[in-house]
Unconditional design. Structure first.
Length: 254
């Protein structure tokens, strides 16, 4: 399975508009972070998790040629704002694209992107999507790929993490329900929310994320959804060998 980090930033992205901090002015490309999204390729199937505002730009940059399905973690704007750009993949592939999300996310998509589902003038075209509601802990398949949705909490909001074999993608999380830990065993690679050093009401900070990674005894963890308060090089020097700040364009295989 091939994994490409399309974006690793928080909702503001990095650099942050109007900010002159060390990270926002950094020349280190690993400190330039689009909003968080990831691409997965397995057995000829191409899957994207979340479609943020920079979705078109990242698919061009990393040469994403096809998308067979989209998994949505939740309905916040920094995770769904680029959904309209799927229409180009409809044209390339000549078919509708399934989009998976929980009940709240599907409802929000229908409201915020209502034009997609109405009989309106085509103009430049509209995405052709098939919305598929999923429930936590209920497995489903994309082709022959088994996907397990796992519930986590983003403050008081339900967010879906996704497990594919020994890989787990878990962003926008501040609390993991006890039931979910049963589905988080024997992980080889974990991608985990780690917003900043300071505490935050709806995200793990770095020390909390490190603690979760240790508790789960994962072989490798990549931290994502990173704000401009974490400098890649400075933080990386303090992490153990099996822990790494992810960065845009990072490629991993499992």
């Amino acid at each position: 399975m091939k994994i490409i980090f399309l974006g690793t930033g928080t909702s503001h992205g990095v650099p942050v508009i109007g900010c002159r901090c060390r990270v926002c002015n950094s020349k280190d490309q690993r400190n330039i972070r689009n909003r968080s999204s990831i691409y997965i390729e397995k057995s000829g199937i191409s899957i994207v998790i979340d479609t943020p505002a920079e979705f078109r730009l990242t698919t061009l940059k990393y040469k994403i040629k096809k998308i067979d399905a989209v998994l949505l973690t939740h309905c916040h704007s920094d995770h769904i704002a680029g959904l309209d750009d799927l229409r180009r993949y409809n044209e390339l592939q000549g078919k509708k694209i399934p989009v998976f999300g929980n009940k709240e996310t599907i409802k929000e998509i229908k409201e915020r992107f209502s034009y997609i589902f109405k009989k309106t003038q085509e103009g430049g075209g509209k995405p052709k999507l098939v919305l598929k509601e999923i429930k936590p802990y209920k497995e489903f398949y994309i082709g022959k790929i088994k996907i397990l949705p796992i519930l986590v909490k983003h403050g008081c909001i339900d967010v879906i993490s996704y497990r594919i074999n020994d890989f787990v993608y878990m962003t926008d999380v501040s609390y993991i329900p006890e039931k979910s830990f049963k589905f988080l065993k024997n992980i080889k690679i974990l991608v985990l929310d780690a917003l900043r050093k300071e505490k935050h009401p709806t995200h793990f900070n770095l020390s909390e994320a490190v603690g979760i990674a240790k508790k789960l005894k994962v072989k490798k963890v990549y931290f994502t959804h990173i704000s401009h308060r974490l400098d890649h090089d400075l933080i990386q020097k303090k992490l153990t060998k099996n822990m790494e700040l992810a960065y845009d364009g990072l490629i991993e295989t499992i």
